[in-house]
Design a protein around this ligand. Structure first.
Ligand code: SF4
Length: 282
């Protein structure tokens, strides 16, 4: 990726970053690359949840399949097109956050950075975000621009720019979506199946009958075993257990110390935005 003169750049970072980078030094480092704004997509995840809640509450005529994982979406489009109507027709946290920044930061080139190669296909599909980079590509940029691993320079803002959310930081873990959905008024725990890994997913899709998978109302699934913390473009130098721990620790830290820094995204910040997404056959 090249930073063009005269353009302003906004980074939207996936919270799985903490499974391989340290916080807050990663925020400094991304600013040092040339991004004027650095946001985390956690507020987008909150809006994904709010819109999922409305659909799960109102439409009970099928087993819904979570749609933030583009690999799951691609498998359905390619091999199980009869299940397209089961995909929750709401944008992923990346898509939701892309719509939010269009409203709050017009004129910026938006770049999503995360652990996932198939997010590039989602970008092509939805056309909301300008560019998608993987963590591997981010590392290449750090090398190219000679950005060190630690930056102490106080000229860079330490925290993310607003808007932000604390509890959705666990989205990159398997089950992160449903555990932050606050579903208790509309679903029982037994209505939800949390699963990950391609084998399990294929087995479930093979066993759908008439729009339902067993008695489940909602399938919270991610194609990488363990979730996005085990995505294809994560640096595996920490073992998976440690990556999961780092995400949980980061969520706890944020809810203790960063809850009220004036950056929390509220529903009102998303007023007027339509987060619905249409999934078309190939
Ligand atoms: S589970 Fe894997 S493929 Fe799916 S969004 Fe996460 S990193 Fe990408």
């Amino acid at each position: 990726m090249e930073f063009l003169k005269g353009e302003k750049y906004l980074c939207m970072l996936a919270p799985s970053f903490v499974s391989m980078y340290d916080y807050p030094s990663i925020v400094y480092r991304i600013r040092a690359l040339g991004f004027q704004k650095v946001l985390e997509i956690t507020f987008g995840a909150k809006m994904t949840n709010i819109n999922y809640y409305a659909i799960l509450k109102e439409k009970k005529d099928r087993t819904w399949i979570a749609s933030p994982c583009p690999t799951v979406v691609n498998i359905i489009k390619g091999k199980y097109p009869h299940l397209i109507p089961n995909l929750v027709p709401i944008h992923s946290p990346m898509g939701c956050m892309g719509l939010i920044v269009k409203k709050h930061y017009p004129g910026y080139k938006t770049v999503f950075i995360g652990p996932c190669i198939t997010k590039k296909m989602e970008r092509d599909d939805i056309g909301i975000v300008d560019e998608v980079l993987t963590f591997k590509e981010l590392n290449d940029l750090f090398l190219k621009h000679k950005i060190p691993e630690e930056i102490e320079d106080s000229k860079y803002q330490k925290t993310f720019d607003k808007l932000y959310n604390d509890y959705t930081k666990i989205y990159p873990l398997s089950g992160g979506l449903s555990s932050t959905l606050q579903y208790k008024k509309i679903l029982n725990k037994r209505d939800i199946l949390v699963t990950d890994g391609m084998e399990n997913i294929i087995n479930i899709f093979d066993n759908f009958k008439d729009g339902y998978y067993k008695k489940y109302r909602f399938l919270d699934m991610l194609s990488c075993k363990g979730g996005c913390v085990n995505g294809p473009c994560i640096d595996y130098s920490y073992p998976l257990k440690e990556r999961i721990k780092r995400v949980e620790k980061y969520r706890t830290y944020a809810s203790r110390y960063e809850k009220d820094l004036g950056r929390a995204g509220k529903k009102v910040h998303a007023d007027g935005i339509d987060f619905s997404r249409e999934f078309k056959k190939r």
